[in-house]
Design a protein around this ligand. Structure first.
Ligand SMILES: Cc1ncc(C[n+]2csc(CCOP(=O)(O)OP(=O)(O)O)c2C)c(N)n1
Length: 187
């Protein structure tokens, strides 16, 4: 299964009230085109989705905050996970779409193939991390996504996915417009 298919499946699980932060590049494009709502689609600012998601979760404790991040972005901002583990924001959910590539910029390898994500994340102090290889059994994916989003507490889901061959159009908004649209959800 590909990352875009995972993101599509989320549309049947989300209730529209969640605040989503997506990592720059293909993942943000997929979230923009495949999910509803004015969300934080990061552009350019690689490595920051977990940091921004943490800040948002603390600022909006009554809303579910969902971070959807590529593995390259996740690894670049890895230190933010130690703060997430320390703070344990119960409204924060993190989904790592791991294609083992910087797919957006031409498919260079990340170092994901040699990392045990669950051991790493549990070592930081997050017990509720799950990992799933999407080539194993596609039927389980909806349940995994549902559990990650609907089960109370800080949840992390690491998904090994196939590379997307279809690249969606870029987001047709300047970051300031993305910010304004997102902020209008609170007015
Ligand atoms: C600091 C920085 N370095 C590099 C880039 C260029 N860049 C944009 S997206 C991207 C790849 C992101 O990889 P990943 O998060 O794994 O998502 P994927 O492209 O695989 O969907 C890179 C290297 C950038 N925007 N900022």
């Amino acid at each position: 299964m590909k990352g875009a298919e995972v993101i599509s499946k989320l549309s049947t699980i989300l209730n529209g009230e969640e605040l989503i932060v997506s990592s720059n590049g293909n993942v943000s494009r997929q979230v923009y085109h495949l999910l509803q709502g004015d969300q934080i689609y990061l552009r350019g600012s690689m490595g920051l989705p977990v940091s921004i998601g943490l800040g948002l979760a603390l600022a909006q404790p009554n809303r579910t905050v969902l971070v959807i991040t590529g593995d390259g972005n996740f690894l670049m901002g890895l230190s933010a996970m130690t703060t997430v583990a320390h703070v344990q924001p119960t409204n924060l959910k993190i989904i790592i779409i791991d294609n083992e590539l910087y797919a957006t910029t031409g498919g260079q390898d990340t170092v994901s193939s040699t990392i045990d994500y669950i051991t790493m994340i549990q070592g930081m102090g997050i017990d509720t991390a799950r990992s799933f290889n999407m080539s194993d059994d596609e039927i389980l994916i909806s349940e995994m996504l549902k559990d990650t989003i609907l089960e109370p507490g800080l949840n992390v889901l690491h998904l090994k996915v196939e590379e997307d061959t279809i690249v969606l159009d870029n987001i047709p908004h300047h970051p300031t417009k993305i910010k304004d649209n997102f902020m209008s959800r609170f007015s």
